[in-house]
Design a protein around this ligand. Structure first.
Ligand SMILES: Cc1cc2nc3c(=O)[nH]c(=O)nc-3n(C[C@H](O)[C@H](O)[C@H](O)COP(=O)(O)O)c2cc1C
Length: 194
């Protein structure tokens, strides 16, 4: 059993990346589960908000990510990089235990919810590069948080509006690419556990 937590970097209701995450739920390998956590209620990162304790929305996000065995990020591309809401969530998740007056769950030895958490990135955009630049940008940030991002396989859903119908991912090559990422992530998590 591999418990995967999913984060969608877009806040909009009709998000292609949210639809991509929904598709992932139906393409998981046997034994894996996917739960999506919301990031839209997080305040903008401000160290003044960390005392005496992290805001409730931050604590909720951290509590959701701690027990996960793997992380799947659906990353939109804004101006060739990471969308601000996603970067904001990463910044809150990158903070070490104790800073916000809250301690890690019992038995948790990782320094932060993101440190050491096996992660895969996928993304969808209307453009021809399918979020390739944003995914690269995200990899750079996640290096700084000590998050082991799976080197490959990768999934870039380009020209994405044509590949969804009624919110469903109908494009077979995209479904195959995402299926490979999900299987890879489960294997990546197992390898890093050993
Ligand atoms: C501020 C902004 C900047 C954008 N920049 C890019 C970009 O650099 N590359 C790209 O492929 N799409 C870009 N887009 C288009 C998004 O990829 C598109 O809106 C996409 O549907 C967003 O993801 P979502 O559907 O999950 O909300 C941009 C959109 C916004 C709002």
């Amino acid at each position: 059993m591999t418990r995967i937590i999913g984060i969608c970097g877009s806040l909009r209701a009709a998000s292609l990346n949210r639809a991509l995450l929904r598709a992932c739920a139906g393409l998981l390998p046997a034994g894996a589960t996917l739960e999506v956590v919301e990031i839209g209620d997080l305040p903008l990162m401000n160290e003044d908000l960390e005392k005496p304790a992290w805001p409730e929305a931050v604590q909720r996000l951290r509590r959701a990510v701690w027990p996960a065995e793997a992380l799947l990020i659906a990353c939109p591309e804004y101006n060739a990089g990471i969308p601000a809401p996603l970067k904001n969530a990463i910044d809150w998740l990158s903070r070490a235990e104790g800073i916000g007056g809250v301690t890690a769950p019992p038995g948790e030895t990782r320094r932060t919810p993101l440190a050491g958490l096996p992660t895969a990135i996928i993304g969808a955009s209307p453009g021809m590069l399918g979020t390739a630049r944003a995914q690269q940008h995200l990899r750079m940030s996640l290096q700084s948080t000590g998050t082991p991002v799976m080197p490959g396989p990768e999934a870039f859903v380009s020209a994405a509006p044509k590949k969804f119908e009624g919110g469903e991912l109908i494009d077979e090559p995209s479904r195959a690419a995402v299926t490979k990422v999900l299987a890879g992530l489960v294997g990546w998590a197992a390898r890093l556990k050993d």
